[in-house]
Design a protein around this ligand. Structure first.
Ligand code: HEM
Length: 148
């Protein structure tokens, strides 16, 4: 009975995590082509605005469900490769979160032209969000394979 209950909780948490991840994937794919899409149809702008309003919720859901999944898997898994891939995944996640928030609240500081700022600008390009998300999906599948 308790085992079945734990399995149901595990399923619900994984489901919420994958749903939030898929929404993130779709949003980041649309953001790649948003300028062209708006040229085709103006309503894409409103749809994308809706998505931007949801980003905080999506990120919070990913972190909350992700932490629960980590606590669940760490107690059962004793693989260094698993831990390494998990850390890599978290690093990439922090990277895309930084891209998002630095671009949203970009200060006048980045308008100054110097080598350091140019390098930071390369690392925080919005265009990077989609490819990094794809790598995160690949790493998540690897985690799943290692766990089994
Ligand atoms: C853009 C962000 C993220 C994406 C796209 C993503 C994607 C996914 C996907 C698709 C899975 C399911 C793999 C499967 O069962 O087939 C998964 C599992 C998981 N995710 Fe995430 N995730 C993201 C962020 C996070 C964060 C922030 C954390 C931790 C705080 C996290 C921790 C985990 C853990 C521990 C699992 C279970 C891995 C396993 O099967 O052992 N994820 N993720």
């Amino acid at each position: 009975m308790t085992d079945t209950f734990i399995e149901i909780i595990r399923f619900v948490i994984s489901f919420c995590h994958v749903m939030a991840a898929s929404t993130w994937f779709a949003g980041s794919l649309i953001s790649l082509n948003i300028n062209n899409l708006i040229k085709i149809n103006q309503s894409f702008e409103r749809i994308f605005d809706h998505f931007t309003n949801w980003t905080n919720t999506i990120i919070s859901t990913l972190v909350l469900t992700g932490v629960i999944l980590i606590l669940d898997s760490i107690s059962r898994i004793d693989s260094k490769v698993y831990i390494f891939i998990l850390i890599l995944k978290l690093f990439l996640f922090i990277w895309i979160t930084l891209i998002l928030y630095i671009n949203r609240y970009k200060s006048y500081y980045f308008n100054k032209r110097n080598i350091y700022n140019n390098f930071i600008k390369l690392l925080i390009q919005s265009k990077l969000i989609f490819p990094i998300t794809v790598v995160i999906f690949l790493l998540s599948e690897l985690l799943n394979i290692i766990r089994i």
